[in-house]
Design a binder for this molecule. Structure first.
Ligand SMILES: Cc1cc2nc3c(=O)[nH]c(=O)nc-3n(C[C@H](O)[C@H](O)[C@H](O)COP(=O)(O)OP(=O)(O)OC[C@H]3O[C@@H](n4cnc5c(N)ncnc54)[C@H](O)[C@@H]3O)c2cc1C
Ligand SMILES: Cc1cc2nc3c(=O)[nH]c(=O)nc-3n(C[C@H](O)[C@H](O)[C@H](O)COP(=O)(O)O)c2cc1C
Length: 792
């Protein structure tokens, strides 16, 4: 077997030595355009887990690699004049130069042929294939892979050049923790990622958004000047130690790169050669990249090599199957890391967004930025840090704790809006039940359904979308609030909640608009009624499901006056019914939402056009309700923060919409997404809409409710503790378990939740069972995130 490896970085060298080790008779060659001791960059980070993988794959090279590792456990965040430290993360640093020297030596010892200062052009590749009888080409030629570009039609690469510019520097300053430092200039924020990788050397990467970089004038500076700028800016952690560049020959601007996020649809190209086809397989940065803020590029490249070698061994003589297996296995792993890396990259691209947080919360947000390290993962890593943080958070939320009392997890802290204080941060998300009597009257179903969820421990129980008129209903079985009989039925439910639970109860008011007159959810979501339908209207003439839905007519100004009055009437009736909280439903493509989106609002009058004009009618309705609803009670607004369709609203628009509602007197934005147009292409995942709640909270400076695939208290704690939202709404899990809040409290070992007296024996039994289960499994904590060192 003859193998040609293009690129002598960690990925290429490791592939070569693994293949040669397993097949001593194989002819393995590595070519690299650089000299053997040339290297960009300084040190790289490896997790403890990656080191264990290397030990299993090739103990001989793992020995000197392990010996050269500089290990540390802590992460330190320098922000706003404070230094915050958390432990248990477990990383090692190694000089890239040292790592390459070890791998090169191991290659030589095994008989791999190394050729340096040899650039492989496209012509050279053809020649190698034709003349040398190569069986396999491994393209490990790095982030700007020429091979990837040459066969782009097969690999179909996507390269997303990110917002920040960064420079990779080194310093003799020794850091005893992975150090993140943040420095503000009049032009914007800079951050440093620093870690020690040898007895006397540390990597020091400085990063800033490109706009800030330009405003500061770094593009015009020489390399020396830009290093001096960084030294001055980060003097507070460098403490006089100079910074060094190992690319000093480059102009200042050329040293500052923008990180490209690379993905490839295919990883194998088959190159015709005489009567054969030679596979050219991508590996490492050539195939994919993961932002350096999660320190995983070298790990991914070396683990690619391990997988490729294992697949070739498992399918000896069948290279096609081996390479298909390699791509299938690695592309899944890479995708997981790239998703985490995307969150991390975006966090560092928007430091200005988080800079308003208190240093304690800023640091917590940084530690959990990838959304893969949860609150309980942090507790497993450093229980003292988490306890101190929870104490800080609880006191900030208004609790006074005795010095020795254990602080409650973030979701069990109170939240105050105007004069209403919620006992905790969990909301029963509004969920239509399609079980009203035919005239919009709430039934015993609603009494039991909402009552059970109130006694189940949530801080706030929200009604389903309650409609302001018969025509405002989604289905004939949706609840309404347009007459005194409705008011009295709702008042009975409100009285129960107030008398028998600690929960507050909110009323969600809405109008279905063009999505009205449809069937019950379980008979066909958004499908038109077979009979008994009523005419529907929307911002503009439209049809939600093309060829299926009823065609909605465009609203007139007289319609707007009437609908506004209906919302005001429902507000007054809601107040009389005793509700604590009012939410305006302006999401999901219903009437008010249809005004906000440019995809559904094509009006030429004052209510269509730019965002301010499109928001005019929803704001008018909100303002009229706010006047009717007393100033001491809170109001939230539910919006769709993204339309998930070309030309539709995006998170940028959502921030602006939130600002407009805040100015009109909204206290919170309940941040949902989508359902505005039928051809939407949403991107689902765990906590998938939380990033919108986060953005709106930081940028529009208004409290938010996060919702969407938040399924356990650990996730909810992370969201509240990091300041991504102020409340967490739980929908479908509450359909399964009315006592979701109380059972999650027991599951995560929090005894302080208030259970109804009637249910206390159930609490005691549940806690005992869960404690026994934990003891049987031999665990004291319930976290299940990545092992320490895998991700920060
Ligand atoms: C600022 C920064 C910090 C980083 N920090 C970390 C970290 O902490 N931890 C971590 O794991 N990773 C880190 N990385 C990423 C890491 O450096 C890469 O992911 C890793 O080096 C990828 O290995 P590779 O072998 O795929 O590619 P590379 O290391 O880039 O090697 C590619 C090789 O191919 C050679 N080559 C290219 N074209 C040709 C050609 N036509 N002919 C011959 N030779 C060619 C190049 O000279 C190079 O030696 C960081 C990256 C950056 C930019
Ligand atoms: C059966 C059902 C009915 C819903 N009805 C409403 C509603 O009336 N008003 C609303 O704003 N959202 C409604 N939603 C959306 C939920 O409030 C919530 O945003 C969504 O289910 C995502 O949260 P989850 O992943 O926790 O379920 C409904 C969802 C479900 C499953």
């Amino acid at each position: 077997m003859r193998v040609l490896v293009i690129g002598g970085g960690p990925g290429g060298l490791y592939t070569a030595l693994l293949i040669k080790r397993r097949n001593p008779e194989a002819h393995v060659t590595v070519v690299d355009r650089n000299r053997p001791d040339d290297t960009f960059g300084w040190g790289v980070v490896l997790s403890d887990l990656t080191v264990a993988n290397l030990r299993a794959a090739d103990p001989t090279s793992a020995g000197p690699i392990s010996a050269a590792l500089h290990h540390w456990d802590d992460i330190e965040v320098h922000f706003g004049g404070q230094t915050i430290r958390s432990g248990g993360h477990g990383f090692s640093g190694i000089g890239r130069h040292r790592m390459l020297a070890i791998l090169q030596q191991r290659c030589r010892d095994l008989g791999v042929q190394l050729f340096h200062e040899r650039e492989l052009s496209a012509a050279a590749l053809d020649r190698a294939v034709a003349d040398d009888g190569i069986d396999l080409i491994v393209a490990a030629d790095g982030i700007n892979s020429a091979v990837r570009n040459q066969f782009a039609a097969t690999y179909r690469p996507e390269v997303d050049v990110r917002r920040c510019r960064y420079v990779w520097l080194g310093t003799r300053r020794q850091f005893d923790a992975f150090t993140f430092a943040f420095a503000e200039t009049p032009s914007g924020w800079f951050q440093a990622h620093a870690y020690q990788f040898a007895a006397d050397t540390s990597t020091f990467i400085v990063e800033t958004p490109w706009e800030v970089w330009e405003r500061v004038g770094l593009g015009e500076m020489s390399a020396k000047e830009s290093v001096a700028f960084c030294e001055h800016l980060f003097e507070f952690i460098l403490q006089g130690a100079p910074l060094h560049s190992n690319a000093a020959h480059l102009r200042g601007s050329a040293q500052w790169l923008r990180f490209p996020r690379v993905t490839c649809a295919e990883w194998v190209h088959w190159l015709p050669a005489n009567d054969r086809q030679i596979p050219v397989v991508l590996l490492g940065d050539a195939a994919h990249t993961a932002h350096f803020s999660i320190g995983s590029g070298t790990k991914l490249a070396m683990e690619d090599a391990i997988a490729l070698d294992a697949q070739l061994a498992n399918h000896a003589g069948d290279v096609r199957t081996a390479l298909a297996g390699y791509q299938a296995e690695r592309s899944v792993e890479v995708l997981k890391l790239q998703n985490a890396a995307r969150n991390s990259t975006e966090w560092f691209e928007h430091v200005d967004r988080y800079a308003l947080l208190a240093p304690e919360q800023f640091a917590y947000s940084l530690l959990t930025r990838s959304q893969r390290i949860s609150h309980e993962d942090l507790r497993v890593r450093d229980a003292k840090y988490v306890e101190a943080f929870e104490r800080w958070f609880a006191e900030k939320s208004g609790l006074t704790l005795a010095p020795r009392a254990a602080p409650p997890p973030a979701i069990f802290t109170p939240f105050r809006a105007r004069t209403v204080t919620l006992a905790n941060r969990i909301v029963v998300s509004p969920m239509a039940q399609y079980t009203a009597a035919n005239d919009g009257m709430p039934t015993d179903w609603h009494f039991v359904h909402l009552g059970a969820r109130a006694t189940g421990g949530a801080g706030l129980v929200m009604t389903e979308m309650t409609c302001v008129s018969p025509e405002a209903r989604i289905t004939p079985w949706c609840t309404g609030l347009w007459n005194d009989a409705h008011r009295d039925a709702w008042a009975r439910i409100v009285r129960f909640v107030h008398e028998y639970s600690t929960a507050k109860i909110g009323l969600q008011l809405g109008h279905s608009g063009g999505k009205g007159a449809t069937k019950k959810m379980w008979e066909g979501v958004d499908q038109p009624l077979p009979s008994g339908e009523w005419p529907v209207m929307s911002a503009s003439e439209s049809q939600y499901i093309p060829g299926v839905s009823q065609i909605a007519r465009a609203m007139t100004e007289a319609d707007m006056d009437r609908v506004t009055a209906e919302f005001v009437r429902a507000t007054r009736l809601g107040l009389e019914a005793g509700f604590d909280w009012l939410e305006l439903h302006s999401a999901h493509g219903y009437l008010l939402s249809s005004f906000l989106s440019p995809l559904t609002n094509r009006r030429g009058d004052a209510y269509g056009g730019d965002l301010a004009a499109r928001a005019r009618f929803p704001l008018r309705v909100f303002a009229a309700m706010r006047t009717e609803w007393p100033p001491h009670l809170p109001m939230s607004v539910r919006i769709s923060a993204h339309d998930w369709a070309d030309g539709g609203n995006t998170a940028d628009d959502a921030v602006e919409v939130a600002r407009l509602f805040r100015a009109a007197g909204a206290d919170l934005i309940d941040v949902s997404a989508g359902q505005v147009v039928n051809h939407e292409r949403p991107v689902f995942g765990r906590m998938w809409m939380t990033p919108f709640a986060d953005r709106i909270r930081q940028e529009a400076c208004i409290a938010t409710i996060a919702v969407g695939a938040i399924t356990d208290a650990d996730q909810a704690n992370g969201i509240i503790a990091s300041g991504r939202a102020d409340l967490v709404a739980i929908g479908r899990p509450h359909l399964v378990n009315p006592a979701w809040t109380l059972s999650e409290a027991a599951r995560w070992g929090y005894a302080g939740a208030t259970w109804p007296d009637q249910y206390l024996p159930g609490k005691a039994q549940l806690e005992r069972l869960l404690a026994r289960e934990r003891a049987a499994a031999g665990v004291t904590a319930v976290a299940a995130g990545p092992p320490p060192g895998e991700l920060t």
